[in-house]
Design a protein around this ligand. Structure first.
Ligand SMILES: N[C@@H](CCC(=O)N[C@@H](CS)C(=O)NCC(=O)O)C(=O)O
Length: 226
């Protein structure tokens, strides 16, 4: 059987790449990774060589190519049913899929205002109204899951839903978003996962800077009065 291959981009910035990479590490899957640098003249061609969608992550399993982070997670959960990539009960699986889909399809206010930047700490960047609404909803999701299913992670043990939210945890850490004690404990559990620490260390070591994803505390660019 050919080894799985996951095509990703810069570990410091590529939030979509982090999701399946983390899930695959925690599921203890054997895979090769191919890293394509963002914002280079040949970035688009390099990604298109793997996927017609022109976006990473891309999972290659022999002659099967899967793009879209959530589809990749679903494929892996089906292929490796013993790895607990979704929770055990139907109710929990349904909710885990609901919050994962909500993440995959939503939160544009958060994503544009607070780009993932693993190696930076920029506390005090004030949210736009859209980002503030997204943050509130994310805290509500985390609080609700942690209260219902309690444990280190959203549904007890780490699952695909946690992988989907891991880049948000990183963003909250980078920009010093205030959270309550339960969410803080959840964030700490994600940030101290050995697999997350491995990704972060690689992000720290990357010399590449993507200017578009480097933001400061100010809001001038967003037309929001200080
Ligand atoms: N909906 C896609 C989003 C993927 C995406 O936007 N990936 C970014 C990197 S994080 C990308 O490939 N960008 C290519 C580029 O900017 O040229 C998914 O869930 O996989």
């Amino acid at each position: 059987m050919e080894k799985l291959k996951l095509v990703i981009a810069n570990k410091n910035y590529s939030s979509w790449s982090l999701r399946p990479w983390l899930a695959m590490q925690i599921a203890d899957l054997d895979f090769d990774e191919v890293l394509i640098r963002l914002e280079q003249d040949d970035t688009r061609d390099n990604i298109l060589a793997y996927s017609p969608a022109g976006r990473v992550p891309v999972l290659i399993d022999g002659d099967i190519t899967i793009w879209e982070s959530l589809a990749i997670l679903e494929y892996l959960a089906e292929k490796f049913p013993d790895r607990g990539m979704w929770p055990e009960t139907a109710e929990q699986r349904a909710l885990a899929r609901a919050v994962s889909s909500e993440m995959h399809a939503g939160f544009p206010g958060l994503r544009s205002h607070y780009p993932m930047n693993i190696r930076k700490r920029i506390p005090g960047r004030r949210p736009t109204p859209e980002a503030a609404a997204d943050i509130d909803r994310i805290k509500e999701i985390w609080g609700d899951c942690l209260e219902r299913y309690g444990g280190s992670f959203l549904f007890g043990a780490f699952c695909n839903a946690d992988a989907m939210f891991a880049p948000v945890v990183s963003r909250f850490e980078t920009y010093g978003i205030e959270v309550d004690r339960a969410c803080r404990a959840y964030m700490d559990d994600v940030l101290t996962l050995p697999a997350f620490e491995k990704w972060s260390a690689a992000a720290e070591a990357e010399p590449w800077v993507v200017e578009a994803d480097e933001v400061d505390r100010g809001l001038a660019d967003f037309g929001v009065p200080e």
